[in-house]
Ligand binder design. Structure first.
Ligand SMILES: *[C@@H]1O[C@H](CO)[C@@H](O)[C@H](O)[C@H]1NC(C)=O
Length: 346
């Protein structure tokens, strides 16, 4: 009896192995098929059209790699934030960075001369702040495939201080900066610096509205007529003392602040929600705007950051980034090159 029993067991095990192998191959095939279907559905959803079948096949491979990266990231329950399939899922991280960022890290000393910090002695620092709720933040915008994040960041900070001084929230023109501002490092879709943009706005006596000079997403010729009707003015700009999240806190408690960050990683590309905690370095390549701060339900302190990649990215276009980390530069270097425009109180 015993040998027969063993034989039976062997047969069962062998059948199981064969079955398992077949089902693995089958599920792999299903996976490939469904990935193709998912890519088709994704293309329809995002209105993506490729020039030929070869390009489509290449994009499918990138899409598949990205989806697998996103899914395996999310399966790791230890991660405090989630990734998601978004409009950038058919782009490699290199392509994405090349087309979307555009902060030209300030290599020279930042704005020379006496460094004053308006909020040095600020004592009114509430435990949470959300400038959206105070009506100082315009809806999320989308820079498209133009590396002018610096313009979106400077405009969002200018829209903020303009609302705080005049009581009116006016959407302002990034395209005016892209077309007309050649100050310092500023080179339209090829990149720029928020400080140089502020300097341009001071010197050109203001910035016109988004409605008057709408966003095109490509470099253009400066339209002097449109430029001649400014809707918001600033009188100067200041840098937040570098590498101090507590200084940044004092500034963001008082107005939306332009910040430069290292947004180069795939996790940033596909961030979909939660408090982002890295990985990221401090190789500043992207300009965004800190529009608040707070503490999440699980007690994690965060910066509330407005991005310019449309509402399909992150938390309806925003990201919460971990605040008060061990490194003085802040997460992704957020405390390294923060700055804000100043305006005359009216
Ligand atoms: C902060 O307080 C010090 C000491 O009173 C003063 O010298 C400095 O000018 C103040 N800074 C600002 C920006 O008001």
């Amino acid at each position: 009896m015993a040998p027969l029993f063993l034989d039976c067991k062997f047969v069962v095990v062998a059948a199981l192995i064969v079955g398992l192998y077949a089902s693995q191959a089958w599920s792999r095939e299903l996976h490939e098929l469904s990935m193709q279907e998912r890519h088709e559905q994704w293309m329809a959803r995002h209105g993506r059209v490729y020039e030929d079948d070869a390009e489509k096949a290449r994009r499918l491979t990138v899409f598949k790699n990205n989806v697998e990266f996103i899914e395996s990231f999310n399966e790791d329950g230890a991660k405090p934030y989630k990734l998601g399939v978004n409009g950038f899922t058919d782009m490699t991280n290199e392509e994405f960075m090349a087309s979307r960022n555009g902060y030209r890290k300030s290599s020279s000393a930042r704005s020379s001369g006496a460094k004053s910090f308006l909020y040095e002695n600020a004592t009114a620092v509430p435990s949470t702040m959300d400038w959206r709720q105070k009506g100082a933040v315009t809806p999320i915008k989308d820079q498209g495939q133009c590396g002018c994040c610096w313009a979106f960041s400077a405009v969002a900070a200018t829209e903020g201080i303009n609302q705080l001084t005049t009581g009116k929230l006016v959407s302002l023109s990034e395209q005016e900066l892209v077309d007309c501002d050649t100050k310092g490092e500023d080179q339209g879709c090829e990149g720029g610096l928020m400080d140089d943009a502020f300097e341009f706005i001071v010197n050109s006596h203001g910035l016109t509205t988004e409605a008057n000079y709408p966003y095109e997403g490509v470099d253009g010729t400066c339209n002097a007529r449109k430029e001649a009707s400014p809707a918001a003015k600033i009188i100067g700009h200041e840098d937040v003392p570098a590498n101090s999240e507590s200084a940044l806190l004092k500034a963001v408690a008082n107005q939306p602040v332009s910040v430069a960050i290292d947004a180069g990683g795939s996790a940033f590309q596909f961030y979909s929600g939660g408090v982002f905690a890295g990985d990221c370095g401090t190789d500043l390549d992207h300009g965004v705007t800190a529009v608040g701060y707070g503490t999440s339900d699980d007690g994690t302190k965060y910066w509330l950051v407005k991005n310019s990649w449309g509402t399909g990215w992150g938390e309806n276009g925003y990201i919460r980034m971990k605040r008060d980390i061990d490194a003085e530069e802040g997460l992704c270097g957020i405390a390294m090159q923060a700055s804000y425009p100043t305006a005359q109180m009216v």
